[in-house]
Design a protein around this ligand. Structure first.
Ligand SMILES: Cc1ncc(COP(=O)(O)O)c(C=O)c1O
Length: 384
């Protein structure tokens, strides 16, 4: 249908005219943009483990977990992962996106109220949308606002038995900031809510042996109060996949009811086998975590001293806020000429344009200093 393509062309032209056009570009230069926070995706040990993991007699898993796709290696990884994050059990799925989207679709329905931080990841927002739950946004990190939304909902919901879910990232992927997790626990208790926390960007970097952000502030008993935690294998673990940590009954229910799990081919068997090695490497990466914290502080301090506006990040994700889409694209291009791969993140992914600088443990202190120098030179060039 000709009109369809013409309409798409005209919409794409509009996107271009607003400097919001996106295209896939292969990485080039020093990695300051990936989520390979510990450098595991580039580690020889993990690449060797991946090569050795081809013990299965098929390449693909060839069916869903409930048909022929299931392998013992998947359950072995789930058991080890659950032990590591101090959860009763866990369930492996194909990506973190599928984990969030499928989980929320499964545990919520049109009678459910879901309270979501305004800046939660698209996979969370899409899960809420598909579930048809009643979505209540609260302002980013504003738990007073969350409480006032909850108090209103409690009086609105006709019966006390109606389901309420709070969902938040524990380290916001595009802002690098962190919610008050202890208070989230108190609020979920007070208003009798199910709590879903997404540990995608903190796993491997924060908490004892990289267990994640919740282990920075919660006691074991508080951790056990969180009904669902979502992780991805695609960031610090250097692979791909998603995993939901929950109770035994939670896992059993998801296996029976989660459409995104039931109706999709199981992950490649090599993923779960290699993931066991990746988990061990994460645990042992104490030096990498310490180094990452050191370079993050140095970069944050350096940018503030130089007068750049950075988001109030306390982590290794340090967004540099830009006055416009065009200027963020210009910085990204010029930074690549200096040898740095840093991408411009623009609306609608984020409310305002920024360069998402995400640091990893393979970056040296002298590369941080060169990057600070490059930012200053680019600013001079642009303002000329
Ligand atoms: C907070 C958060 N959750 C979930 C995901 C999805 O994970 P995956 O990339 O494994 O699909 C992402 C991806 O960037 C994310 O930032």
């Amino acid at each position: 249908m000709k009109a369809h393509w013409e309409n798409l062309r005209s919409e794409l032209d509009q996107i271009k005219s607003k400097d919001l056009y996106r295209e896939c570009k292969e990485f080039e230069g020093l990695d300051f943009c990936s989520n390979d926070y510990l450098g595991l995706a580039r580690s020889k040990v993990l690449r060797d483990a991946l090569a050795l993991s081809i013990t299965d007699n098929t390449t693909g898993s060839t069916a869903s977990r409930l048909v022929k796709g299931h392998r013992k290696g998947m359950e072995d990884f789930e058991t080890k992962f659950a032990e590591f994050v101090e959860s009763e059990s866990s369930l492996l799925v194909s990506t973190g996106y599928v984990a969030n989207m499928g989980l929320l679709d499964t545990i919520a329905d049109s009678q459910t109220y879901i309270f979501t931080d305004r800046l939660n990841h698209a996979s969370i927002l899409d899960g809420i949308r598909i579930s048809r739950a009643n979505k209540k946004y609260y302002n980013h990190l504003d738990l007073d606002h969350l409480e006032s939304q909850l108090a209103k909902a409690v009086s609105e919901q006709s019966s006390a038995r109606k389901k309420r879910i709070i969902v938040s990232e524990t380290l916001f992927s595009m802002d690098g900031d962190v919610p008050n997790i202890k208070r989230l626990i108190e609020i979920k208790r007070k208003y009798d809510c199910i709590l879903v926390l997404d540990e995608a960007h903190s796993f491997g970097v924060f908490g004892r042996e990289g267990r994640g952000m919740i282990f920075e502030s919660l006691t074991a008993s508080e951790v056990s109060e969180i009904e669902y935690r979502v992780y991805t294998l695609g960031k610090s673990l250097g692979l791909e996949g998603g995993i939901i940590a929950t109770s035994k009954i939670g896992r059993e229910y998801l296996i029976n009811r989660m459409r995104a799990f039931i109706f999709s081919t199981a992950p490649l068997p090599i993923i779960s086998i290699t993931a066991l090695s990746a988990l061990k490497l994460v645990q042992e990466a104490e030096k990498q975590r310490a180094h990452l914290k050191e370079i993050s502080k140095c970069f944050r301090d350096g940018m503030i001293q130089a007068g750049f506006q950075i988001a109030p990040s306390t982590t290794h994700i340090i967004p540099v806020l830009m006055p416009s889409e065009a200027i963020s694209l210009q910085y990204s291009k010029l930074l690549s000429e200096f040898g740095f791969d840093i991408r411009a993140i623009r609306p609608p992914t984020v409310p305002t344009s920024r360069l998402r600088v995400s640091l990893n443990a393979l970056i040296t202190m002298s590369e941080i200093e060169s990057l600070l120098g490059a930012f200053k030179k680019i600013r001079e060039k642009i303002s000329d």
